[in-house]
Ligand binder design. Structure first.
Ligand code: SAH
Length: 347
């Protein structure tokens, strides 16, 4: 529930709407989920809440720390499914990398999460809950942090829940995470992009481009057959950007597949008229992924072409690779594995 839904629900129970704000503060600022401990509420209200409401919180079942400070969390949901969420410190800010689905339907050829297939969408509470639980665990609830929707799943494939979660995260009575601190990364679901363009609360936008021709992208990102490169770039060129803000294009670099100087030049031409920056992601290799990471020299040569055409370019550092927490390495192994997951784990 967002704040106004909670207000309505409280009124329906014969209590006053303003208690919703108090509850939000306990939940999202103090990280408390036990109504009994919400001491500025009357005893009657606390027992009514305990009777009529439930705070479903993803449970941390595993926590793995990388040598570089990144922490990967395995979370169990109320139906026993699992997802992963990652804390990435000092980027220079603190960043939570959050999932929007259990698994993913997009099946990008270089991404391990795609091997799981889509199990289900996360609920609004599960999306917000990841931030609440991780920030609580790390003592960051009252601190400033960034959120990237770059964990498991395709956020625009779970549009309504994702956007409602962002509205709750932004609520001043809760964690008050400004949408400017949130980056939504998408494979480019065009109808979703068009809806996003009309949202009052607008996160930063990152598009996973990864290729410079339709054929090449069809092969790497299967959903390109439905929402092609041209259509995505068209939607991006019409996307309403605030002053000084830019679209980020992510480009995973795969050795001898999409990392040539020719590819870089084509990328320059494609992005020509869009206010943007490019984030190159040298492939994070994994068992079951049949591509290779290019050498640093090749990555640099690619970046140089973009920079020499005045495109702002950065190379993403792969954080948490030693604990398989880096981009494209999130996959839940264990109970309830799908056949595809089992195959991926075996390979
Ligand atoms: N579904 C969203 C979020 C994906 S994760 C999207 O497609 O944007 C964030 C980024 O990591 C995406 O750009 C994704 O394509 C990239 N990625 C996936 N697997 C990767 C891998 N093995 N190595 C490097 N980047 C990868």
């Amino acid at each position: 529930m967002d704040l106004s839904e909670l207000e309505v629900a409280l009124e329906a129970q014969g209590t006053r709407a303003f208690h919703a704000r108090q509850i939000f503060q306990w939940l999202y600022r103090k990280g408390l989920t036990d109504f009994e401990q919400m001491t500025d509420l009357s005893r009657e209200l606390r027992s009514l809440l305990a009777r009529e409401f439930r705070v479903a919180t993803p449970q941390i079942v595993e926590r793995a720390a990388s040598a570089d400070g990144t922490v990967k969390f395995l979370l169990e949901l109320s139906d026993g499914r699992h997802i992963e969420s990652v804390f990435i410190p000092d980027t220079p800010s603190q960043t939570f990398c959050i999932s929007t689905q259990v698994g993913c339907a997009m099946k990008c050829g270089f991404c391990l999460t795609g091997k799981m297939g889509l199990v289900r969408n996360l609920t609004v509470g599960e999306i917000v809950g990841q931030v609440r639980v991780l920030a609580g665990e790390l003592g960051l609830l009252s601190k400033r942090f960034n959120i990237v929707l770059m964990g498991m799943g395709e956020p625009l494939h779970n549009y309504d829940n994702t956007m409602k979660a962002l509205r709750i995260l932004a609520d001043q009575h809760g964690m008050a995470v400004s949408p400017r601190r949130v980056t939504l990364s998408t494979v480019g679901v065009v109808p979703g992009l068009e809806r996003l363009a009309t949202e009052p609360l607008m996160p930063n936008l990152a598009i996973s481009l990864h290729a410079t021709t339709e054929d090449q992208r069809d092969a790497l990102v299967p959903v390109n057959r439905k929402y092609g490169l041209d259509d995505i770039l068209e939607a991006c060129s019409r996307f309403p950007l605030k002053r000084r803000s830019r679209i980020t294009f992510e480009y995973v670099l795969l050795k001898e597949v999409n990392d040539t100087i020719e590819d870089a030049r084509r990328l320059v031409r494609l992005l020509g008229s869009i206010r943007c920056k490019v984030n190159l992601i040298p492939l994070n290799e994994a068992a079951g992924i049949s591509f290779e990471r290019p050498s640093d020299a090749r990555v640099n040569a690619f970046a140089e072409v973009l920079a020499s055409h005045h495109i702002t370019v950065s190379v993403r550092k792969s954080r948490g690779r030693d604990i398989r927490a880096a981009c494209g390495q999130l996959i839940v192994e264990g109970l309830g594995r799908s056949p595809a997951q089992q195959a991926a784990a075996l390979i």
